[in-house]
Design a protein around this ligand. Structure first.
Ligand code: 4AD
Ligand code: MG
Length: 469
């Protein structure tokens, strides 16, 4: 039996394999002069060059097309060409399936530049493209290092439910789930599967809070669902969120954790995904006219300085002054109490500070019921982290741990206490100061890979009017 290797293993340890017999499988990326094949198996951005034996049957050669899946047994040789260090001289080749040139023509496997929209229309084939496979490999490494960070820092991974009866964030629409026949107009939810109205969860935070109030440090990492009709390059209807929750943490500790966490991830990706980052950078140079090394410099800038930390009130003051100085004219005018729009966030991050910005102590009127009230009675211990290009990447807060104040906030925000009785209850059994945040995983992947649209960093994007793939 000849041992099977991935293209990555062969290319990474090229020297070791010289003159050895190996088996490799993958898909054909190019076929030239009836003898050179470049093969990719998804393990790396790089391809293996295969030299076909000149004894190969003409019938087989005819079947070799771009996109075909093959198995090759051959001997690794030092390459004569300068492009690659090693190549595979084939002894035996099996074609699993070849691609009809007529259908290849219309597919995104045809080696030429295709728009990202076209790639999305053939989402089942996207994984075979250089660009998308790069993004997917990086996405994987980000997920792995997130688990690693928390594990190494004493957090427990908590699985929170996807089906819920409550709306943690209060604002915005949720997807309802039911097994009932909705044609029947008089719906009685007591007859529904769960005997009540249920939804897909927008966040695992409330459950994570209850767990942290026993386990100390926990985090969630799962899909969340939002039914807002937002058709932007930063919104998905189904996205992945990471939500750490820590007992005995105040807002400052929460902010420091978030900054340290983001820097850890970015450093990890620079250290572990450099080949894919370099490839993405080359694409961005070509397509978006970005300068050389743009992506790496952008990532290194995140590591270089402490993030800028300002209160909401200070942020409003800066935006107001900048407008008065006629440095900028915003579409939405600046008033204390307003929710910051992306034009304001972008101005602060991309133009004013030019580094990530953490804004804290927002007005209570624009934030969720669970955030801890400050002594001024007007602001809450919230914090948002704003990143260059994409804006809000993290939203978090210190939580309201005082029973009476939380109850009042629930009343003020019309949050149903009957549904959330168990959440309130935690404030009667040894309540403690605690904090946490939510990191939008897909937005982070978008930032790190430099993709313009969030739909191009998730395998199967769900957005309004789009759930086919
Ligand atoms: O700010 P959000 O809504 O915060 C929460 O859900 C809190 N419960 C988190 C917590 O404190 N545990 O969402 C958190 C992050 C945002 O900062 C953003 O990065 C991302 O989730 N996000 C989205 N990403 C993609 N598509 C959407 N529609 C998103 N909405 C929020
Ligand atoms: Mg938010």
């Amino acid at each position: 039996m000849v041992k099977k290797y991935s293209v990555k293993e062969l290319l990474n340890k090229g020297k070791y394999f010289i003159d050895k017999k190996v088996l490799v499988e993958g898909w054909i990326r190019s076929f030239r002069y009836s003898i050179f094949i470049t093969l990719n198996d998804g393990s790396t951005i790089k391809n293996l060059q295969i030299i076909l034996s000149n004894k190969l049957d003409k019938i087989i050669i005819k079947k070799i097309t771009i996109g075909s899946s093959i198995r090759v047994i051959g001997i690794i040789k030092k390459s004569i060409g300068t492009k690659q260090y090693i190549e595979l001289q084939s002894l035996d080749i099996i074609i699993y399936e070849s691609v009809d040139p007529k259908i290849l023509q219309k597919s995104i496997l045809q080696p030429k530049k295709h728009s990202f929209e076209k790639l999305r229309e053939q989402a089942h084939l996207r994984f075979r493209t250089n660009i998308f496979s790069c993004v997917m490999r990086i996405r994987h490494h980000i997920a792995i290092c997130i688990h690693r960070y928390f594990h190494e820092n004493g957090f427990f991974y908590l699985h929170t439910p996807i089906i819920t009866t409550s709306n943690c964030e209060g604002t915005g629409k949720m997807f309802q789930i039911t097994t009932m026949d909705l044609k029947n107009k008089s719906i009685n939810y007591a007859e529904d599967f769960f005997k009540c109205k249920t939804y897909l969860s927008v966040s695992g935070q409330l459950e994570a809070e209850t767990a942290s109030l026993g386990l100390g440090k926990v985090y969630t990492f799962g899909p969340v669902f939002r039914a807002e009709n937002s058709n932007t390059s930063r919104h998905l209807s189904e996205f992945w969120m990471i939500e750490p929750e820590i007992a005995f943490y105040h807002l400052e500790e929460n902010i420091n954790l978030a900054e340290n966490f983001l820097k850890f991830i970015i450093k990890y990706i620079i250290d572990n995904s450099i080949e894919d980052l370099i490839f993405l950078n080359q694409c961005l140079e070509k397509w978006n006219k970005k300068k050389k090394n743009y992506l790496l410099e952008k990532l290194e800038l995140i590591l270089k300085f402490p993030f800028k930390k300002i209160s909401y009130t200070e942020a409003i003051k800066i935006l107001d002054q900048e407008e008065k100085k006629k440095n900028i004219k915003f579409l939405h005018s600046i008033i204390w109490g307003m929710d910051l729009q992306s034009e304001h966030e972008q101005y602060l991050v991309d133009k004013y500070f030019k580094i990530p910005v953490i804004i804290f102590d927002y007005p209570c009127s624009i934030k969720a019921f669970y955030m801890r009230m400050n002594n001024d009675g007007k602001t809450v211990r919230a914090m948002d982290i704003l990143f260059p290009e994409i804006g809000e990447i993290i939203g978090g807060s210190q939580r309201e741990e005082r029973y009476d104040i939380l109850l009042q906030r629930m009343k003020d925000t019309k949050t149903d206490q009957n549904i959330l009785w168990w959440y309130l209850d935690t404030r009667r059994f040894g309540s403690v100061p605690h904090s946490g945040f939510g990191l939008g995983f897909d937005r982070l992947v978008q930032f790190i890979t430099g993709m313009n649209n969030i739909r191009d960093v998730i395998p199967f994007p769900r957005t309004p009017k789009n759930a086919e793939f």
